[in-house]
Ligand binder design. Structure first.
Ligand code: 4NP
Length: 143
């Protein structure tokens, strides 16, 4: 299965979800490919935010090698499932969908809730990490 995690900048939330799910899937020997992208292009080519790298490292997950990418419509062809972090991401990704099959691939990462953007609030990196970790733990069982 090929999974894409999407947020706005692709330097905080989606790199964490990318790193954590990759780590958990490999622990369970699942043949999954997990990548991430952002709906905005400001940070393309950059490593994740240092605060995201730090919180992941604290829990044993290395995301420092990741580089930000911009979401493009071709990603609908390359991935089976596309998980977005908030409702604006959902709107932006769906605006690029070409057909119903594309639209069906997109869902909120947390199903009923959003992952808050920690970019402007240092204190949010830890709770955001915990939220992402809990959901990734579920995903390795339900997908
Ligand atoms: P992310 O956080 O969407 O979780 O990667 C953000 C990163 C950068 C910006 C906004 C959100 N920014 O405006 O540059």
């Amino acid at each position: 299965m090929k999974i894409l995690m999407v947020c706005l900048g692709n330097i905080c939330r989606s790199p964490l979800a990318h790193g954590v799910l990759t780590y958990m899937a490999s622990q369970d020997q699942l043949d999954w490919t997990v990548h991430s992208a952002g709906t905005g292009d400001w940070h393309v080519g950059q490593a994740p935010d240092r605060r995201a790298i730090a919180v992941a490292k604290k829990y044993g997950v290395d995301i420092s090698h990741q580089r930000a990418r911009h979401f493009i419509p071709e990603f609908f062809d390359q991935y089976d499932r596309i998980f977005v972090m908030d409702r604006q991401n959902m709107e932006d990704v769906l605006s690029l969908a070409r057909n119903e099959e594309d639209r069906r691939k997109v869902s909120l990462f947390l199903e009923e809730d959003i992952v808050p953007d920690p970019y402007y609030d240092e204190e949010m990196f830890e709770p955001v990490y915990k939220m992402i970790e809990k959901r990734c733990h579920e995903l390795v069982h339900v997908l």
